[in-house]
Each structure stands twice: as C-alpha cells, then as structure tokens.
Design a protein around this ligand. Sequence first.
Ligand code: ASP
Length: 318
Amino acid sequence: MALSSFFSERPSDLIRRSLLDIENLAREDLEWLLSRSQHHQPMQAEAVKKLNTLRGKTIVNLFFESSTRTRASFEIAAKRLDADTISISAQGSSLSKGETLVDTLNTLSAMRPDAIVMRHAASGAPHFLSRFLPTPIVNAGDGRHEHPTQALLDAITILDNKSSLDGLNVAIIGDIAHSRVARSNVHLLSKFGAKLVLCGPATMLSPNMAHLAERIRLTHNIEDAVTGADVIMMLRVQLERQNMLPFPKNEYFQFYGLGIEHLKLAKSDAIVMHPGPINRGRELSSEVADFPRSMILNQVENGVAVRMAVLERACGVS
Ligand code: ASP
C-alpha cells in the first residue's frame, strides 16, 4: 500500500471524533462528554466493571512522554469498555531507531486501530498528525499546550462537589506558563462561566494569560488568589519544561505552596485539586494533600469515567 494513500484529507467525521483540545471544542460536545462521563461514574465503584460498547475495537496508546495516571487511566477505560488495547512508549519504539513521528503513526494506522491516544512533548503534535491520519486522535497531553481529558475530569470532580460551574471562583496556582492542565482548564471553566484567578511567580505567569478567556484575573500573591475561592487548583512546577535547576524548592513553597492556613481564607467548603504527580512540600503541604476536602484521588477515579466517554466518542459508538 502506498504511503501517500494515508495522506489523503480526512473525512469530517474522523475530525469530529478526535479530541485535540478544549479551546476549539463546541459547547454541545463538551456537555455531551461531561454528561456521558457522569453516566460512567457509578460503574467505577461496582464489583464488575465491564461494558461491551467497544468490543471488537482496537485502541493504541502512544506515550512519548512519561505518564502514570493518564496512561493507566486510558488503558483501564478501554478495558472496561471491552476494547483491545496496546501501549507503546517512545523508548521501546522504532522512533529510537530514527523513524519519523509521521512514519510511526502511519505504520500504526495501517493496522487499522479505531483510535490513537497520544501524548507528546511537542505542543501541536496531535493536531498536526490528525490532519493526515485516517484514525481519530485523542490528545493525552501535548507539551505545554493542552490536556483536554484532565480538564474534563476536573470539571466532573468539581460538579461532584458544587451544583454548577457558572459563577464559581476558581484559583489556579503554580507554574501556569508551562502547564497544559492550566490552559485546558481555563478554556473549559470559562466556557461554563467560572471566574478564574491565575496565580504564580512572574517567571511562571505571563501577562498574556489574561487574554486566554474572559473573566480571568492574574495575581502573584497566593493569599489574594485563595481568598473567597470555591476551588483551589494547584499545579506542579514543570521542571522538565524549564532550565531552572537547581530549583529553590523551599523558597517556592514559602511563597506559592498551599498550606492549611491558606484554606481559612477560602470558602468554608472549598475543595483542593491537583492533577498529579504531587510534590509534597513543593506545591502543597502534606496536611493539605491529605485533608478531607482534597480531591486529588477523586480526580484520578473520575479520569477513568471521562476516558471511557472520550474513547466511545472517538470510536463513533456513542
Ligand atoms: N499529569 C499532568 C500532565 O501531564 C500534570 C503534570 O504532569 O504536572 O500535564
């Protein structure tokens, strides 16, 4: 088969089924994904966790960057829907033998998977590939750009605790500049009317972030950010995307780490979130990580429900 046959323009249905980012996703798609994810939530606690909506479908998980939560979560989600899955990481693939990314993806597409889940260090890599491949692509995190399934799972975790996203005060704190989680959350939460405060040191919070969406305020002061917050979302310092070694961990924590004393400034029912992996004593204290309104493990659990919905949409069986 000629390689060029894989480079023909993709039918719009394939484009529609890909999940590349939150920014360009229509509100009705977001609403469908959120409600389908919520539909899958109760199953996660059942004794038998199996549906057969993706029986006979094949999902390829392609991770060119490290991952624990996202990769395991996509794999578990696919298995709970009875799909066949394979997982490939860059180290064990032919990329380490000099094959280009496009050739690797075309090779995998030639085996006719129904969806490719992809994480890559380059912002825009899944967008670029999705223009050519005959397979829906799900972005599992591209560089510092977006992490759409993280924003979806964060939204349903918030909705487990709050009646609506509309009008909610959400503080996002930490390394905003290098965080794909921050970008996806800003887009999703603003589409649903949340009021956002982004907080971090000047080197991690560009003034341009204020233009990402409406109703965003920037501050460099953590007390200011958490005051009156309904939701406090902490971010890991993305050292892999910076040249800041050695990192001044103690100083960072002193100015931007979330301690139990900060929670007194937030609403009395405020929840704390973090996409993980957490660094205790850097972004947040152990006391905060383990306190009752910390939703960190609830986020992980909800990730499976979200990825089930996303894979159903990608495979066109929804
Ligand atoms: N797990 C998230 C991501 O892949 C957050 C992080 O790594 O800090 O972006």
